[in-house]
Design a protein around this ligand. Structure first.
Ligand code: ADP
Ligand code: MG
Length: 729
């Protein structure tokens, strides 16, 4: 019987690109057609309801029951006209995806039969049976009630036949059980702190929003081959596989011509995304074979994050229409590039100013430098917290590996910005500056070239690079919920800005002029956080050594990195700003420890199974045929000839035996290690045990399997090989 691998390979030649049905010719004609956006609100809501909801979106006012009822009626009418029969509260629990439970609009009608209903109550709040979402012990089962509450700032949308309402998910007692609730709090905190600092420069600023532009990297694998790889199906990555003779060494994939079948998938995906108001902008081949990227135009961070969650979901669904499976894992294949999700982040004001864009005069440039310096100071002070926000079992294979940021957090600023910071550092001192000194400094600050954006040197090896008008947090993993990184980043920057304001105000109290006070505090920060500025090659060993000399941390262990959430410093940031309580953060870290442990546990089980029932039997089968062959040689040749001929075969038999023996004994030892680790009660100790005693087998068992793949008859090998996974289009 042909193995699943060969059956899968046979289907490949008949794969044809699947055409895409476009709604209209112009994207702008159907963009957002499935979103209950402002124009639709205007059309479907009463004046009063429209005003109420716009006020809530723009100014954070609350919506009363009467208005909520009116909004629900309008929303239902619109949704039903667009084919919706169900509604759901859509939320982001602390898992790898989103959650939804669909309810039909129907209710019993008085006349028998049913009637479609939807109310403000159902729109605003739901109580899903949520006891089986990760909660880190926040909800004991006796009060396992959680509820979802409408996030008015992100518009409702229709997927399939379901009206989806973005919501936060919190425990009955108010603690957050999701990513969205703390993200909204962090965005609020940075808004407030940044507005306060903006007052030094422009009194008209009343609102500062954080923007997020994510770049999503992913792999596409033929569906048939995917199903022939249990490791991909169950863990999202290949736990074994000898590298392909050719992979990315010719550098011929990056920005290469997009294969037709892939291109059809991309068009289909974008088409669906546009209907949902996701502004997809860029698509291209990435570095590794069968690796691609999609990036939208940046948006307000909460909306952008919802859109990223939606896109990942759409990718999973739409890839199937084209006979593909999408891999969002950070490192599906050893030896070639992994996938990240760069988080491009900036702050902009209600007056239309991007606070990370240099301006045209000394004042706006000083504002620009203020935000840049505070950001890198926050990054320096909270490097461990930022790392904690992006680590995971899957991202740990990528960080520090091929073409991925190291586990050291540093910031690239580029020549121009560095020059300005050096200037400030060298020319400001604690004594009062003379008017001449001040004028000259301001003149210099005013000279940041406007063309900075086009001129920013690009450094692709920095985990936190300034790229002309934004910072790019590049260490975020491709499968992550961006909120985790965005909560941490916006919180630490908010916290830093609050501190900055306090220090500047204290100097102003002492009769130091505002400008000079700002200069002085910035200078202090520039000196304090110098170690985090690094423009060189972040992937080099030399940098790891240099970073150590500079006192930057380099934590590669996931459980250890996660512990940074619980330091006094991190707790203070979150508690001061009211983003998490101590209990909430503990629960969250508990969830992360558990997630880490379970992922390694699953990988270890899958590897054990595959080793024992896919690989070893095939290796034995091949070995047996070699033994038969050797026996035959002995029968038909003279002793002398036999000795000459059989040597290489006997070596091969020994080699295969050696690998089989190693695999068997290591799989047994790995199982034992799991058993021991499973007895540990405490989450973080268990995670550490899994990392130290189970995870190492994932690579050592793999080593022997990959060696076998090299020598065992290709006709027998049961799993699709790297060359097949990576090069079929
Ligand atoms: P690259 O690959 O060179 O980093 P891309 O064009 O692929 O650049 O992605 C850049 C991302 O940054 C896009 O999502 C874009 O919308 C986003 N972006 C651009 N300007 C800003 C900004 N001011 N704030 C946040 N994101 C931004
Ligand atoms: Mg980028």
């Amino acid at each position: 019987m042909a193995s699943l691998r060969f059956k899968a390979l046979e289907t490949l030649s008949s794969r044809k690109p699947v055409g895409v049905k476009r709604e209209e010719n112009l994207i702008s004609d159907y963009y957002g057609m499935l979103v209950f956006d402002r124009p639709k609100m205007k059309k479907y809501l009463s004046k009063e309801a429209f005003k109420g909801i716009i006020d809530a979106i723009d100014n954070g006012t609350t919506i009363d029951r009467k208005i909520a009822d009116q909004v629900a009626i309008g929303m239902k009418a619109w949704a039903m006209e667009n084919g919706a029969t169900h509604y759901t509260h859509w939320f982001h629990p602390l898992t790898d995806g989103t959650a939804e439970k669909h309810d039909a609009f129907i209710d019993h009608s008085e006349l028998g039969g049913v009637v479609e209903n939807f109310s403000g109550k159902l729109l605003a709040q739901q109580e899903p049976d949520a006891s089986s979402f990760p909660n880190g012990g926040l909800r004991n089962t006796f009060e396992a009630r959680g509820y979802t509450a409408w996030d008015v700032s992100s518009p409702a949308f229709i997927v399939g036949s379901t009206l989806s309402i973005p919501t936060v998910f919190i425990a009955y007692t108010g603690e957050a059980l999701d990513y969205k609730a703390p993200l909204l709090k962090a965005l609020n905190a940075v808004d407030k702190a940044a507005v306060d600092v903006c007052q030094y420069f422009d009194k008209n600023v009343t609102q500062v929003g954080a923007n997020l532009g994510w770049e999503q990297e992913y792999f596409l694998i033929d569906e048939a081959l995917f199903y022939a790889r249990p490791d991909l199906m169950l863990t999202g990555r290949t736990l074994m596989g000898h590298s392909s003779a050719k992979d990315q060494q010719l550098e011929d994939h990056y920005f290469g011509s997009i294969p037709e079948r892939v291109s059809m998938f991309m068009e289909d995906l974008e088409n669906e995304a546009y209907k949902l108001g996701i502004p997809c902008k860029t698509r291209h081949n990435e570095v590794a074979p069968n690796q691609f990227e999609l990036a939208p135009i940046f948006e307000e961070a909460n909306l952008a994050n919802d859109h990223n969650q939606l896109i990942m979901d759409l990718m999973n669904k739409i890839s199937r229409r084209h006979g593909f499976c999408v891999l969002l894992h950070e490192k599906p294949f050893a030896g070639v590039n992994g996938s990240g999700k760069h988080n491009n982040w900036s702050l902009s004001t209600n007056t239309g100013v991007n606070l990370f864009s240099p301006g045209k005069n000394p004042k706006s440039n000083l504002q620009f430098l203020t935000y840049v310096v505070n950001t890198i100071k926050a990054v320096y002070d909270n490097q461990d917290l930022l790392r904690a926000s992006i680590v995971s079992a899957s991202n740990s294979h990528r960080l520090g590996a091929n073409e991925a940021p190291p586990a050291i957090i540093s910031s690239f600023l580029g020549t121009e910005v560095n020059r300005m910071l050096d200037l400030l550092e060298d020319n400001v001192n604690e004594r009062k500056m003379t008017p001449d000194e001040k004028t000259s400094l301001k003149l210099n600050i005013g000279r940041i070239p406007e063309i900075l954006l086009d001129n920013t040197d690009r450094n692709r090896t920095s985990p936190f690079a300034f790229t002309g008008n934004r910072f790019e947090f590049r260490a975020v993993g491709s499968s992550a919920n961006c909120a985790s990184a965005m909560i941490a980043l916006n919180s630490v920057v908010a916290h830093q800005l609050v501190q900055f304001k306090a220090e500047v105000d204290a100097l102003i109290e002492k009769d130091i002029k505002k400008d000079e006070a700002i200069f002085q505090v910035l200078k202090k920060y520039i000196t304090a956080c110098k170690a985090v500025r690094f423009d060189g090659n972040g992937y080099s060993q030399a940098w790891a050594e240099e970073a150590e000399r500079r006192g930057l941390t380099n934590i590669k262990s996931v459980p250890k990195a996660l512990e940074a959430y619980l330091t006094k410093k991190s707790l203070k940031v979150f508690e001061d700003l009211g983003i998490y309580t101590h209990g909430e953060i503990e629960a969250r870290v508990e969830v992360e420890f558990e997630k880490y442990m379970k992922k390694i546990q699953i990988e270890s089980r899958v590897l054990g199974d595959l080793a024992s029932n896919h690989i070893v039997p095939i290796a034995i089968e091949y070995q047996t045929s070699l033994i038969e062959n050797v026996k035959g040689l002995k029968e038909i040749f003279s002793d002398a000839e036999y000795k000459q001929l059989a040597g290489a075969r006997l070596d091969l038999i020994r080699k295969i035996s050696g690998h089989i023996t190693e695999i068997k004994s290591q799989v047994t030892a790995m199982t034992e290690a799991r058993k021991v680790a499973n007895l540990i009660e405490e989450g973080h100790k268990k995670a550490h045990a899994y990392e130290a005693t189970v995870a190492p087998y994932l690579s050592s068992v793999r080593y022997h399997i990959d060696k076998l793949e090299e020598v065992v008859d290709n006709e027998l090998w049961p799993l699709p090989k790297y060359r097949e996974l990576l090069f079929t289009k």
